[in-house]
Write a protein that binds this ligand. Structure first.
Ligand code: KG4
Ligand code: ZN
Length: 343
């Protein structure tokens, strides 16, 4: 007899996207994301404004996800939510909603680590039969994190390298700010880089131990470079925007892949995945494909909507935790800085 399907409601509210998803086994039925335009004018996420916007968005977003999935609320077997890491005021909104929902419906509550979510986005099977086999390496690159994760099974992971200062997404966003782009500028750098020469300008690359990363030196190098050039020609940025974007993007990509290559060689793992908001970058996606062919890697890139923060990735993590009976209870609270190994 066929096993009964598991239907899970996923909730994500760790930063500035309010998202809800319905997953039936490993197939996403809906994945609704409400972004927050309000932060653009401030050049970064304002935590207090983010939590207020989550408060306004959470009910309509969950409603839309349930309607879009075409299911009844009573069919939901469990609710999975992002416990952390992230902005506390934002996390509290999703956590409180999930607790109330689980209590009202008398269903299990599953506390998900956001970083596991980014990695497990690879197991969402919609239009995708190509999922990684274990063990694999996942380069998780987002606005808050840059880490190489050794993934041994769905719920057994270890960070083997991470940034000691800025995340890759911050390197994109801070450069974008210097260039006058609104927040978050990563996607705009990507757009302009497509028209530019990646070798037009050179920037400092860090020399750092093991599989770790550093991006703060690059940020300083770009700042000094722009200050110098603008002194010589006040229109420098305007006249060279595409080339600057392409060169910065190329430098970030080179830094990212150097350590990934080293880890793959030393650990003899050729199953390579990328995840997180920066994995939406077209240059990163292209470079992974190129290395894949050269190094004989099997490569995995999540569908675009599952790269940036979304509840689909929280729902799929909830699915695997549900199968192991990894539930929490009403005493759970959000954690801004929870360790990777913990829930
Ligand atoms: O995973 P994510 O949505 O949120 C965090 O958990 O941080 O990642 C957001 C980051 C931002 O820094 C944003 O600029 C970057 O991902 N990002 C991109 C692109 N799309 C999103 N960076 C470069 N190119 C893109 N196409
Ligand atoms: Zn994220």
């Amino acid at each position: 007899m066929k096993e009964k399907s598991i239907i899970i409601l996923g909730i994500e509210s760790s930063c500035d996207d309010t998202s809800a998803a319905i997953i039936k086994d490993t197939t996403i039925l809906s994945n609704v994301v409400a972004g927050q335009e309000i932060h653009k004018q401030y050049g970064g996420v304002v935590p207090e404004l983010a939590s207020r916007a989550h408060q306004q968005n959470i009910i309509p977003v969950v409603d839309a996800a349930i309607k879009k999935a075409g299911i009844k609320t009573d069919e939901i077997d469990a609710v999975a939510f992002t416990k952390g890491p992230g902005l506390l005021g934002s996390l509290v909104v999703g956590t409180s909603f999930a607790k109330a929902f689980a209590l009202a419906k008398n269903i299990p509550l599953i506390d998900v680590n956001h970083m596991y979510g980014h990695v497990l986005a690879h197991f969402i099977t919609n239009n995708n039969i190509h999922t990684p086999s274990f063990p694999f390496l996942c380069l998780t690159i987002s606005g808050g994190h840059t880490q190489i994760v050794l993934v041994k099974s769905h719920l057994e992971m270890e960070i083997i390298g991470s940034t000691i200062d800025d995340a890759a997404g911050e390197a994109f966003d801070k450069t974008a700010k210097l260039l006058g782009f609104p927040y978050p500028g990563g996607p705009l750098i990507d757009k302009h880089a497509k028209e530019g020469n990646p070798f037009a300008f050179e920037f400092a690359k860090p020399q750092i131990q093991g599989y770790n990363y550093s991006f703060s030196g690059l940020k300083t190098s770009i700042l000094y470079f722009l200050q110098q050039k603008m002194k010589e020609n006040p229109d420098f940025v305007k006249e060279n925007l595409n080339d600057i974007c392409a060169s910065v993007q190329n430098t970030i990509i080179e830094i990212l892949f150097k350590k990934l290559l080293k880890a793959s060689k030393e650990l003899k793992i050729n199953q390579i995945a990328i995840a997180g908001g920066v994995s939406a970058n077209s240059g990163v996606r292209q470079k992974l494909k190129e290395h894949g062919e050269k190094q004989n890697w099997s490569t995995y890139i999540p569908e675009f909507q599952y790269c940036t923060d979304n509840a689909g990735m929280i729902a799929i993590t909830g699915h695997y935790m549900y199968k192991l009976g990894l539930f929490t209870d009403q005493s759970v609270s959000a954690g801004a800085r929870i360790p990777f190994q913990s829930r």
